[in-house]
Design a protein around this ligand. Structure first.
Ligand SMILES: Cc1cc2nc3c(=O)[nH]c(=O)nc-3n(C[C@H](O)[C@H](O)[C@H](O)COP(=O)(O)OP(=O)(O)OC[C@H]3O[C@@H](n4cnc5c(N)ncnc54)[C@H](O)[C@@H]3O)c2cc1C
Length: 421
């Protein structure tokens, strides 16, 4: 069963919050904002015609997310096409320090600007006027791009301004989550300007996107009211770097990555992230993740000094970009093997092994579900998942559905009218 309307997508928890619908329909019809559940969701600002809604649904990854067309190169059964892979970091120490990991995405973006391959970068940054929220930014200088480095584990809708940038004739690179990049690739099927004007799509590994409650609850833990916050960082300024809060009266608080994420923080992850097929961006030209320090065969999140990324090129264009950035001394790279990737990021392989069983849970409860053609879902579920993993994935999603934990508020003129970006 597939969602039949934008409202169906949202109410059944299938929206990723990317903002493509606002770009397609225009902000006079749909506008992204924080929903009552604390996610980026569209709300109606005008009349959504049947024709416009069909155009939105043709692109929405809440409905379908086909794998990109095959190209040459080996396809790893879990981690997708790997044309080139390495571990590395930005050579610029400031970028490396301020970046989420080793600053690879920021280094590639500044390289593209400096060598005038693009006019600018479409990416996520801190919302003006609210350091705990995010907004889509079009950046044209190193300083602007650097100011947007770091991971923002909260609602973000980077594609909401892609239509405006295309209309203005801008040529730009895009940085986003895997689902954002997949939506942009899907937009390209119906809007030929994207292939001409967006030559590079870069992504980060993504384990899921929390509601704004995660950010507010981190702040409250320090005894701070969200309204008092003037600066907020989840990580970066080290690797992974502390979660950092500054208040208007100058108080500062910080805690480690593990203290933030593994000591009972209350928040909801989007339901769509629970049934995600691709946290490692098989759609990007280049995707970057953490190259965690391994301790006793497991990734450790303890502070490890200067950051190291893994970067994977999925396309020939991505391979060229990495090699040119290395040659121009923007990027340092060392060898990294598939075996190391498998050991370090088994959480993403588990996601792939589980998604078939999660989709089965949606099917038996006759709930709308996205289609993921080409993503090796059936193979991973039937041949790779252990009985225990399959059982946990299937029953986990059924239990959520029975409790209505996928349900979100319908889109109305009022819902989502909270803070915009
Ligand atoms: C929601 C989320 C989940 C993540 N899950 C994982 C994971 O499972 N495994 C893992 O290894 N790493 C994860 N990361 C961190 C990610 O690995 C690092 O961002 C990546 O290593 C890139 O590091 P970097 O130093 O090159 O990034 P930087 O050079 O600091 O650049 C980061 C880029 O990401 C963009 N960005 C930040 N937040 C968002 C957002 N919410 N939406 C869209 N764009 C954003 C910024 O605009 C910037 O361009 C996650 C990050 C996020 C935001």
């Amino acid at each position: 069963m597939r969602a039949a309307s934008v409202n169906d997508i949202v109410t059944n928890g299938l929206c990723t919050g990317c903002g493509a619908c606002e770009s397609i329909a225009s902000c006079e019809v749909l506008r992204m904002g924080l929903s009552p559940e604390g996610f980026m969701r569209p709300s109606l600002t005008g009349e959504l015609s049947h024709e416009t809604e069909e155009r939105v649904l043709a692109v929405c990854t809440g409905r379908a997310m086909p794998h990109p067309p095959e190209a040459d190169g080996p396809v790893h059964r879990m981690f997708g096409r790997i044309l080139h892979m390495g571990r590395g970091h930005a050579t610029d120490p400031e970028i490396r320090f301020r970046g989420a990991t080793g600053g690879v995405l920021t280094a590639l973006a500044t390289f593209l600007i400096d060598c005038e391959r693009v006019d600018g970068i479409l990416q996520i940054g801190t919302a003006s006027g609210n350091p705990m929220e995010n907004e889509a930014r079009f950046n044209t200088t190193r300083e602007e791009v650097l100011a947007c480095s770091g991971s923002r584990y909260g609602p973000a809708a980077p594609l909401r301004i892609v239509g405006k940038l295309l209309d203005e004739g801008r040529r730009f690179a895009f940085i986003g989550k895997p689902c954002d990049v997949a939506a942009l690739r899907r937009m390209a099927l119906t809007d030929p300007r994207i292939d001409r004007q967006v030559p590079y799509m870069l992504a980060m590994f993504c384990g899921g996107s929390p509601s704004i409650d995660a950010t507010h609850n981190v702040v409250r833990r320090f005894g701070v009211d969200p309204s008092e916050v003037t600066e907020f960082r989840y990580r970066g300024h080290g690797w992974p770097g502390p979660t950092f809060v500054r208040t208007e009266d100058g108080r500062q608080f910080s805690q480690t990555y593990d203290e933030t994420w593994y000591s009972g923080l209350r928040y909801e992850l989007m339901f769509r992230c629970k049934i995600c097929v691709d946290g490692i961006s098989e759609h990007a030209d280049v995707v970057a993740g953490d190259c965690w320090v391994m301790e006793n065969g497991k990734p450790s999140h303890r502070e490890a000094g200067d950051g190291w990324n893994i970067h994977i090129a999925r396309t020939k264009r991505g391979v060229d970009l990495i090699q040119e950035a290395i040659a121009a001394c923007y990027l340092h790279e060392e060898a990294f093997s598939v075996a190391e990737l498998e050991a370090m990021h088994d959480d993403h392989a588990l996601k792939k092994r589980s998604v078939f069983w999660r989709l089965m849970g949606l099917a038996v409860t006759r709930s709308p579900r996205p289609r993921y053609p080409g993503h090796r879902v059936v193979r991973a579920g039937l041949l790779e998942a252990s009985p225990r993993e399959a059982f946990a994935a299937f029953t986990g999603v059924i239990s959520r559905l029975l409790k209505g934990r996928n349900h979100e508020s319908p889109i109305t003129a009022q819902s989502g009218a909270g803070s915009g970006q």
